[in-house]
Design a protein around this ligand. Structure first.
Ligand code: SF4
Length: 253
């Protein structure tokens, strides 16, 4: 990637959400509980409506990511990561969670940014992407220490199937060992997971996490037991939404 680097890259811009970068513990999926530096990018190619809550009134649990007012140059973003202590957390072993929105909307820019970081820091920290699995990852990601946690959107998300269901991208993620998180609110969701994903693409069951569809601690407590029973029944993993249990917030934690 270093060959991509040019001095002028420092002025290229990445679009970030309102909460930009924050340090927390991962709340969902394979890395739940891990210290993590979240970098939340702007923009998404979907419009989920499934889980409206008080702090997420439009349904998408990352609605603040739709804002594009934070346009940081590569140099500004690197400086923020260094001066606000995030690089230190990454150096000490935190995972760099690159999320959104849908982070791969800005994939070409991200590849350049990581090339810039590689030259500036002499290394690229451990990355895990959070993606809705509708945009094909660039093969370049296989050459760095990057993994993908997918969260494919079921029919309850409200978008037409041809926007949210991309078989070629799903196959790529199965082939490359990505994790699959599914938000479950009822038994029909589980049946959709089985028929349209796990059985159709032969997803290994140990790479599947079921999560309660909840936007608050109260809702989480109400539905978690049902979802855990589905996970037991199908030999999937159960994932809490830890940020709801710990902070009772869907965002900025
Ligand atoms: S894919 Fe994620 S960021 Fe995009 S609209 Fe759905 S919940 Fe929001």
């Amino acid at each position: 990637m270093t060959n991509l680097y040019k001095e002028e890259l420092k002025d290229e811009k990445i679009f970030l959400s309102d909460d930009k970068v924050f340090y927390t513990v991962e709340g969902e999926g394979e890395y739940v509980g891990w210290p993590s530096v979240f970098m939340r990018l702007s923009m998404c190619n979907l419009t989920c409506q499934g889980f409206a809550t008080e702090d997420s009134p439009h349904g998408c649990d990352s609605y603040i990511s739709w804002s594009v007012k934070n346009k940081l140059s590569f140099e500004e973003l690197r400086t923020l990561l260094e001066e606000e202590g995030y690089k230190k957390h990454l150096d000490n072993g935190a995972i760099w969670k690159i999320t959104g929105g849908e982070p791969l909307v800005q994939q070409p820019k991200l590849l350049k940014f990581l090339a810039y970081i590689d030259v500036e820091w002499g290394t690229i920290p451990r990355i895990d992407f959070e993606t809705n699995a509708t945009i094909m990852p660039d093969p370049e990601w296989l050459r760095v220490d990057a993994t993908f946690t997918t969260s494919p959107k079921l029919s309850n998300n409200g978008d037409p199937e041809d926007r949210r269901y991309k078989p070629d991208v799903l196959k790529w993620h199965v082939t490359n060992g990505s994790g699959f998180k599914f938000v479950i609110s009822k038994k029909e969701d589980l049946e959709e997971v089985l028929q349209k994903y796990v059985e159709k693409f032969n997803i290994p069951r140990e790479r599947v996490w079921l999560m309660p569809c909840a936007g608050s601690r109260k809702e989480h407590i109400e539905i978690a037991e049902e979802v855990a029973e589905y996970a037991k029944q199908e030999y999937f993993k159960f994932s809490p939404r830890l940020h709801l249990l710990v902070w009772d917030m869907a965002l900025k934690v």
